[in-house]
Every structure is written in structure tokens, then in C-alpha cells.
Ligand binder design. Structure first.
Ligand code: C2E
Ligand code: MG
Ligand code: MG
Length: 736
């Protein structure tokens, strides 16, 4: 069985556009890769693909080489390859190797790609799959697509496929009752020509036979072999295939029947195709049964068929356990319909129900199959999005949900209704370590979205009010946090602007409050400073991060720079350089890899030992970065006086790129000034492609932000490094 689509493009925005086209059409297995090597790693050990789509560059030789590599990846040309070309350099299709079955321009991705694939010219199909098995493969792919898109079988699509492509004259799926084994009405029954007088299901000999669990296959002699089957005689079928639909334990759930008047052509093509269809129908029936069972056990919501609150709680717990094991990050969404009460009051409950069902359908259609959607209560839905590393991943899906749900909904009386939702998001493990707190935070964020005017999405943040209200309690609890092992570090990658490859990381502190869940350092670091606790905590951070960096250096052979944040209080202590020297010595980390981040708001005058200490750290061989640059008393003088190698442009400016020309000017000026003084520049809080394009155009050296990666727990960071290493190993092998 082939499954999955590979999209390949070096440019991230193109990759995303290609991905989105298939994602929006409901395909589940979409792999996206930068280049052929990357693709080879992704595809290792996976079943063959259905389709490959590759963006080819303007260099004809390179384009050919890429196609050649993809041909190998696609089992020697058995998987169709569609090329996307840059409009600026119109490569003629004739220049492409002949196993490229079609091409289009990048501008046509959204409008043409799906249609082009569905209607691959027959000549191209033949070129792709010269052998019979190849033809079966592509017909299988067709079938798989129909089932994959909707999960349900649409009559039209099935008829087109079966009657046009396979030349069938009859096709039916008959389920049986799971307890009584009585025949039910056919799920699907299609025939070619006039509607015949239907024989009763019970009188059909072949059907009963198949329901006994035995497949029957007659290429063209069905009527001779089973002369008394009324179906064969009514429809004058000569070729006939009947396959039992079996569940995992091989219990018969129903039968799938297919017949043809002219007899089947090559059984080597037809049989695997129909068997595959039978498997799909069996899965569909099994899913339906599981749903019914769930409903009977009170775990599914009767109106929408979604898991209810109880089942959702259970799912969330198991996702959480798995995430802890794999170091996976995921997001919880709270989705609440805006003004649902008013809809119910004005239009009545039947319309209310209709809205809930429609929102369910649209919600399910906006997420991946592996994501969980549940009806939490009334008009509240919850969603778990798995394998999330960037805010961007969630934003994209939330945007889609808002857009899809916002499309006008037709009521039975022909009028239209517009429905909006408010979405709140919390992240595991950033915002909470347990299911209950995660949900609570997502719920709070959802209310923030409502306050913001509804029909929008908000990500959870600890509110400053909350911190003020709980300041006292937090302060006393914080005293024990270090001793109780409630502190941990997460690491956020920094990437080179040109290579987009990882060059360093920043260690960021987290406090897992046993009742409140993780608390942001923006909230508790100031408290730790007030009480002086930041000094021992800071020392712990330094040692833990250095040890971790040294371990990764040894394990992955990567000399990543480690950024550690310092508080003014630490820097004022005369013995601080000695503390750093000891941490380096104990852990064996090269001082050149350690970069201490000093926030710009520390005033030189108010901090007695600041300049001396920084100079001493510099002499130790450590790097110094000025953090949050632009927010404090930014001055050339400050920069000149401190022995800093690097400047971190504060995220408040980066966020306003494309929004506020004044902030853009500050970013530009900061980069220029830093370069004049021979300092390098890192931009913080890079969240969008637009930020990236601007920073790249103005020669910012390095970047850090959710566009590339959120701060990651140790296990996730390791996975990132391991994947990178694997990729690099491969490209080294290819170039060698
Ligand atoms: P910072 O040093 O400026 O760290 C960057 C902050 O920006 C981090 O917040 C990080 O999670 C966040 N961030 C990264 N990329 C993005 C993005 O694309 N968008 C947005 N909106 N935010 C992004 P975090 O971890 O909450 O830390 C907040 C501040 O707390 C840090 O700001 C730093 O000043 C302080 N801090 C963190 N860890 C420590 C520590 O170990 N010691 C001390 N003294 N302060 C720390
Ligand atoms: Mg920092
Ligand atoms: Mg900063």
C-alpha cells in the first residue's frame, strides 16, 4: 500500500504553501523536506509514497539531479513526481526528465496543484507505471485518496473511480449487525445503467457466502459457477469479487461486492485494489461501531459524536504521559462559540444543535487526524494539538479554525448565520505540567480572547495582576523552590541568519510551582531579586546549564554557545567571577562557549562592581551579551564601556517590524551601530517570516524566536540535536 505525500522545497514559505494545500484537502500523511537528502531520511523505512511534489530551482543541472534523487526515492519512478517551477526562469517542461509527470508554476500552487494531480495525463501515468503492478499502484493511490479525504465515502467520487477507472458495473457494501449478524441495509450500492429490480439481500447466494468469511473471486465465469444467484442474473454480471469485511479480530462486519458484465481484465491489478478498498471499508465500519459503543458507555457526546469531557480527560492524561516520556510538546485549545446563547434564544434549539454539529465538522476538518477534538460542555470544545514546537504551528491552525468556522452557515430555512469562536491556548510543558492546570490556563486564555472582542485566539500568559495578588505567597514559597527541586531549565536555540542552522542556545529558568504549575521567570525573578534568593538560584542555573552544554558538546560534537542570564545582584558581588570560574572548571566547559547575558537596564553607576566584574569575566574568556537592548538607557557610551561582544535586540522592537516604522528604525540603527563597534547582533522574539525577511535584509547576524523554536525541555532539545546530526551525517555521506 502506498501512502503519504512528500513536498519538497528549499524555501520555507513554499514548503508551507505546498503543505497547506494538501493539509487543507484533508491528507494526513504529508512529509515536508528541504531537499532530497532530507527527504531520504524522512522516508527511510516508510511505505512507498503516493505522490512527490518538488520545487525545482532555476539551475537546470541541479533540478535534474534533484529529480534523479527523487526518482530513486520513489521506487525507480513508480511514484508520480510533480515539479513546481519558479515563474522567473521558465524551464520548459521538455527539459524535465520524462518521469516528471507534470509541472506548474509556484503561483499556481493553491489553484492548480490538487487538480493537476487528480488529472495526471494518462500518458504520464503510463510513463510512471509501465508495469501492471505500477498501474495497480496508481489506482490504489486514487482509492486511498478518496477514502483519506473524507473518511466517509462520497457516492459520486466512488462511482467515478469504480465505474470509469475500474470498469465495474456493480458495487455494494453490506454491513451486518454486530450482535445478531443480521444483514443491514447496504451502506453503499451502485450500479451502471437503469435501476434493476433488486433481489433481497438474503436471497443472494454469493453475499451469504462472503458473510461466512470467505472471499470469492471469479474473473469472468461467475454465472456459470453460481447459476442461482439472483444478483448475477439481474445485473448480468460475469466477473464477480466478494470480500468479507473483517475487524482486527477477524470478526465479519459485512461484505463488499463488485461485479462487471464484461468480466475483469487483469486480476493482478483488480484484486489488490479491491482488497485495499475492503480494508478501508472495514476500518470505516469498525470506527462506526467503536463510536456506537462509546456512546452506549457514555463516553461520546450524542449530538456531535465527539469524545465528551470524561473521555477527553482520559485522552489528555495519556497524551501527557506519553509527552513526558518522549519530551514532546503539545498545545491545548479551548474553543468557545461566541454568543451561542443568543443563537439558541433567537433561532431555537434545533438551530443551536445544527450549529454545534457544523462547528464540530469544521473543527475536525481543521486539525490533523492524530489531534483530539472533544465537546467539553455546552458550546465549549477542547482540542489537543500534538508535536507542537512553535507558536506558529498553533497560530496557523487557530487561524484556520477561525476562518473555517467563520464561513456563513446555511440554515434549513435558507437563511445564513455567521458563527464565531474564541480560542484560548496553553502549552505543555511551558504553561503547566498537569492536565487540569493546562485546561485551566487554556480556559483563562479563552476568556482573554473574549475580552479582546471575540472571534480571536489568545495564548496563555501569567497576568501581572495575578502576580501582584499572589506576590506574598509566591515569595515565601520561592524560598524552598531550589531545595525542593522545583526549578528547571529549558533551552531555546539561536540560529545563524544565513544558514538557519543552530549556533547556540539560551538557558531559561522555569519554576514548577506544585499548585500553580510553571511560573514565568518574568514573574518570579523579580521576587527572587527582592529577597536576594537570585544569587543561589543564579549559581544553580550557571552550573546546571554549563554541565548540560558540556554533555551535549561531548555527545553531539557540537560547539554550541550557551547563553546564561544574569541578574544585577549577581554582578554586584565581588566574588562573582570566581563563581563562574569554578562552574567552568567543575563542568569542563570551554569558557569561550559561555556567554553571560546582562540586561541593558542595569545602570553602570548603581551597580558598584559591574564594570570590573564584566572585565574579569571577559578575561576568563567568556562572552558578554547585552540583553534586551533598546529598552533601557541605550547609549553608545554604555556599549563602549562594557566589554560586550554581542547585542540582543529586544523583542518589543522585533515584534513591531512591519507594524511600527519607528521601531523598525530602531532595529536598523541598533544593527548598524553594533556593526560599527564590531559587535554581533542577535534578534530576540523572531516570530514571523516578515520579521525574518527584515532582519535578514538588514544583516542581523543571529536570530532567536518562536519562528524557529520555542524554549525546549532537555529531552526535546536532545531530539532536535540528534535529528540534526542524523541529517548532517547523511549529507556528509552524500558529498563524500
Ligand atoms: P530574556 O533573557 O530576554 O529571554 C527571552 C525571553 O523571550 C524568554 O522568556 C523566551 O521564552 C521569550 N521568547 C523567545 N522567543 C520568543 C518569541 O518569538 N516571542 C515571544 N513573545 N517571546 C519569546 P522567558 O523564558 O519567559 O524569560 C523571561 C526573562 O526572564 C528573560 O528574558 C530573562 O530576562 C529572565 N530570565 C530567564 N531565565 C533567567 C535566569 O536563569 N536568570 C535570570 N536572572 N533571569 C532569567
Ligand atoms: Mg536573555
Ligand atoms: Mg531579552
Amino acid at each position: 500500500m502506498s501512502e503519504g505525500i512528500l513536498v519538497l522545497a528549499e524555501r520555507r514559505d513554499l514548503r508551507r504553501r505546498l503543505f497547506d494545500v494538501f493539509d487543507q484537502a484533508g491528507y494526513r500523511h504529508i512529509h515536508s523536506a528541504r531537499d532530497a537528502q532530507h527527504a531520504a531520511i524522512l522516508m527511510e523505512g516508510r511505505p512507498p509514497l503516493e505522490l512527490m511534489v518538488a520545487m525545482l530551482g532555476s539551475d537546470a543541472a541541479q533540478a535534474r539531479q534533484c529529480c534523479e534523487q527523487l526518482r530513486t526515492l520513489g521506487a525507480g519512478g513508480n511514484v508520480p513526481l510533480l515539479a513546481i517551477l519558479d515563474e522567473e526562469v521558465p524551464l520548459q517542461s521538455a527539459q524535465l526528465p520524462d518521469y516528471v509527470v507534470g509541472w506548474l508554476h509556484a503561483a499556481q500552487i493553491e489553484t492548480e496543484l490538487l487538480a493537476r494531480w487528480k488529472h495526471l495525463p494518462p500518458a504520464a501515468q503510463a510513463a510512471v507505471s509501465a508495469q501492471a503492478s505500477g498501474a495497480a499502484e496508481s489506482a490504489l493511490a486514487l482509492l486511498a485518496r478518496i477514502f483519506a479525504t473524507s473518511g466517509d465515502v462520497t457516492r459520486d467520487a466512488t462511482a467515478r473511480l469504480l465505474f470509469d477507472e475500474l470498469a465495474l458495473d456493480y458495487f455494494a457494501v453490506w454491513p451486518v449487525h454486530n450482535d445478531s449478524h443480521e444483514l443491514q441495509a447496504p451502506l453503499l450500492q451502485l450500479w451502471n445503467g437503469e435501476e434493476p429490480a433488486w433481489p433481497q439481500g438474503d436471497s443472494q447466494v454469493l453475499l451469504r457466502h462472503v458473510l461466512g468469511g470467505e472471499p470469492v473471486l471469479y474473473r469472468s465465469d461467475a454465472r456459470q459457477r453460481v447459476p442461482d444467484d439472483p444478483l448475477l442474473s439481474t445485473l448480468e454480471l460475469s466477473g464477480f469479487v466478494g470480500l468479507p469485511l473483517l475487524d482486527e479480530r477477524r470478526v465479519v462486519l459485512g461484505a463488499m461486492l463488485a461485479g462487471t458484465r464484461a468480466g475483469f481484465g487483469d486480476m493482478a491489478i483488480v484484486e489488490p485494489l479491491l482488497r485495499c478498498a475492503a480494508t478501508r471499508f472495514a476500518q470505516g465500519l469498525e470506527l462506526g461501531l467503536t463510536r456506537e459503543q462509546g456512546r452506549a458507555e457514555g463516553l461520546l457526546d450524542a449530538l456531535t459524536g465527539l469524545p465528551n469531557r470524561l473521555l477527553f480527560g482520559d485522552r489528555l492524561e495519556s497524551i501527557l504521559r506519553e509527552a513526558v516520556r518522549n519530551g514532546e510538546c503539545f498545545a491545548v485549545l479551548f474553543v468557545d462559540i461566541d454568543h451561542f446563547k443568543a443563537i439558541n434564544d433567537t433561532h431555537g434549539h434545533a438551530v443551536g444543535d445544527h450549529v454545534l454539529q457544523e462547528v464540530t465538522r469544521r473543527l475536525r476538518g481543521s486539525v490533523r487526524a492524530s489531534d483530539t477534538v472533544a465537546r467539553y460542555a455546552g458550546d465549549e470544545f477542547t482540542v489537543v494539538l500534538r508535536h507542537i514546537v512553535k507558536n506558529e504551528d498553533v497560530h496557523r491552525i487557530a487561524e484556520k479554525i477561525l476562518q473555517v468556522i467563520g464561513e456563513p452557515l446555511q440554515l434549513d430555512n435558507g437563511t445564513y448565520l455567521q458563527v464565531g469562536v474564541s480560542i484560548g491556548v496553553s502549552f505543555f510543558p511551558d504553561d503547566a505540567a498537569d492536565a487540569e492546570t493546562l485546561l485551566k490556563h487554556a480556559d483563562e486564555a479563552m476568556y482573554a480572547a473574549k475580552r479582546q472582542g471575540r472571534n480571536t485566539c489568545r495564548i496563555y500568559e501569567v497576568s501581572p495582576e495575578y502576580a501582584r495578588q499572589h506576590g506574598m505567597a509566591l515569595r515565601s514559597r520561592l524560598r524552598h523552590a531550589l531545595g525542593n527541586g522545583e526549578l528547571r531549565l529549558v533551552y531555546q536555540p539561536q540560529v545563524g541568519t544565513d544558514s538557519e542552522d543552530i549556533v547556540g542556545m539560551e538557558a531559561l529558568l522555569r519554576w514548577e510551582h506544585p499548585e500553580l504549575g510553571p511560573i514565568s521567570p518574568a514573574v518570579f525573578v523579580p521576587l527572587a531579586e527582592e529577597t536576594g534568593l537570585i544569587v543561589p538560584i543564579g549559581e544553580w542555573v550557571l552550573r546546571t546549564a554549563c554541565r548540560q552544554a558540556r554533555e551535549w558538546e561531548q555527545r553531539y560534537g557540537l560547539r554550541l554557545r550557551l547563553g546564561v542570564n544574569l541578574s544585577a545582584l549577581q554582578l554586584m558581588e565581588a566574588k562573582f567571577p570566581a563563581t563562574v570560574a569554578r562552574a567552568l572548571q567543575e563542568t569542563g566547559l570551554d569558557p569561550a562557549l559561555l556567554e553571560l547575558e546582562v540586561t541593558e537596564s542595569i545602570s553602570i553607576k548603581a551597580a558598584p562592581n559591574l564594570v570590573e566584574n564584566l572585565q574579569a569575566l571577559h578575561r576568563l574568556g567568556c562572552g558578554i551579551a547585552i540583553d534586551d537592548f533598546g529598552t533601557g538607557a541605550a547609549s553608545l557610551d554604555y556599549l563602549r564601556k562594557l566589554p560586550a561582544n554581542r547585542i540582543k535586540v529586544d523583542q518589543s522592537f522585533v515584534r513591531n517590524i512591519g507594524v511600527d516604522p519607528d521601531d523598525e528604525a530602531i532595529v536598523r540603527a541598533t544593527i548598524e551601530m553594533a556593526h560599527r563597534l564590531n559587535r554581533t547582533v542577535v534578534a530576540e522574539g523572531v516570530e514571523t517570516e516578515q520579521h525574518l525577511a527584515f532582519l535578514r535584509a538588514h544583516d542581523c547576524n543571529e536570530l532567536q524566536g518562536y519562528l524557529f523554536c520555542r524554549p525546549l525541555p532537555v529531552a526535546s532539545f536532545e531530539r532536535l540535536l540528534a535529528e540534526r546530526q542524523q541529517l548532517l551525517g547523511l549529507s556528509a555521506a552524500v558529498t563524500a
